[in-house]
Design a protein around this ligand. Structure first.
Ligand SMILES: NC(=O)c1ccc[n+]([C@@H]2O[C@H](COP(=O)([O-])OP(=O)(O)OC[C@H]3O[C@@H](n4cnc5c(N)ncnc54)[C@H](OP(=O)(O)O)[C@@H]3O)[C@@H](O)[C@H]2O)c1
Length: 343
């Protein structure tokens, strides 16, 4: 089975439509041992998921260390990591209790820094942790009110007047990276950032999915005009679009328990999917790829079994009737492209 590829803006980079999000192997919510992480990354690369997204934040350096080990001497893999958080050594951290969502033993404390100096330092630190000579794409991680609330004004200043975007442009101009953009869970900050710098790609998590398509209003048309690619993170909105509503335990949406109206909408999609013999998670993955600005979708991949399952979902045959019924039932926006539409 071949995974098709698409370009990232005008960077010259080409990524597979299906990539790997490496938050899980940074011990997101649960510890993962080195061998399990190694096997997961190896299975993903062997299956053709040769675009990997990581971040300093993912296990406070742990995910970058593991990703770097897996990618060394692997040709033709596109790697993105992020800037905006520095890891300060903290000898008081001696266990893997959950901190900021990660069960990592790495003895560092996270500090936000979106200034030029913070960005240059972050890139140097990432290269050392990865043990790699280059990084392809850098995303400004979690800038915006979704993460920072009112404190965002200060961080935005660091990124703009404080030279953060200029630092990224310098790295791109000098060829140290191939491109940059944002890695965020919100739309507004993407539009603001596009007024400040030429973005090659935006990693948009959870905001263009089978459940929500507000990005069609302003962001996706603006990306089309600017030649900015979209990488879809969180395609299952943290889980509910993969598990469906009948899974036991808590249903996850946007890093927390799913609200009733979300459960109700997913249930309606699920009923339709069952009627057409479609796997809900397959619909979630394939739906976002129907948009011409989307270059790749990167679900969280936390085990070798998940790799095989995800490739099968990407490859599942879905009848045009399912997409037509989704539209007709007002379960997606009428202007949302679906697989089979002319791209
Ligand atoms: N600000 C940012 O830049 C940002 C934000 C969010 C995400 N991202 C990127 O996007 C990647 C993916 O996001 P995500 O992990 O938050 O969200 P996600 O892919 O929407 O959902 C992950 C959840 O879905 C579950 N899952 C995945 N495949 C499944 C399947 N086939 N059946 C049942 N459950 C399944 C996973 O369970 P298991 O853990 O059991 O596999 C996990 O709980 C991240 O790794 C990261 O690279 C970036």
């Amino acid at each position: 089975m071949t995974i098709r590829s698409r370009p990232i803006g005008s960077t010259g980079l080409v990524v597979p439509e299906l990539g790997m999000g490496a938050a899980s192997i940074g011990n997101l919510y649960r510890p993962v041992d080195d061998e399990h992480a190694r096997a997961t990354l190896a299975a993903g690369l062997a299956a053709g998921l040769r675009y990997v997204d990581t971040a300093p934040h993912y296990g406070r350096g742990l995910s970058e260390r593991r990703v770097g080990d897996a990618l060394r001497q692997q040709p033709d893999v596109v790697l993105s990591t992020k800037v905006g958080r520095l890891m300060d050594p903290d000898p008081a951290i001696t266990d893997d209790a959950e901190r900021d969502g990660f069960r990592s033993p790495m003895p560092f404390r996270m500090r936000y820094d979106y200034s030029a100096d913070g960005i240059f330092r972050s890139v140097e630190h990432s290269l050392q942790r990865l043990g790699l000579a280059t990084i392809d794409l850098l995303y400004v991680h979690d800038i915006g009110r979704y993460t920072h609330g009112d404190a965002n004004d200060g961080y935005w200043q660091q990124l703009t007047a404080g030279g953060g975007f200029r630092a990224l442009e310098r790295l791109r101009d000098e060829g140290a990276i191939r491109g940059f953009g944002l890695g965020v869970n919100e739309i507004d900050v993407c539009l603001d950032a596009m007024g400040e710098a030429r973005l090659d790609a935006i990693l948009l998590a959870g905001r263009y999915t089978l459940l929500e398509q507000d990005a069609l209003d302003a962001l996706l048309p603006r990306c089309a005009a600017a030649g900015t690619s979209i990488v879809i993170g969180g395609p299952y909105n943290s889980g509910i679009l993969a598990t469906g509503t009948r899974a036991g335990g808590t249903l996850h949406y946007d890093y927390g328990p799913a609200p009733a109206e979300v459960v109700e909408k997913v249930r309606a999609i699920e009923v339709l999917a069952e009627r057409h013999g479609v796997t809900l998670a397959a619909a979630a993955l394939q739906f976002v790829l129907a948009h011409s600005q989307v270059a790749s979708v990167i679900p969280g991949i936390g085990s070798p079994a998940r790799v095989a399952q995800t490739v099968a979902l990407y490859d599942e045959a879905i009848s045009p009737g399912f997409w037509a019924d989704l539209r007709e039932g007002h379960l997606i926006r009428p202007d949302a492209p679906v697989p089979g539409d002319a791209r």
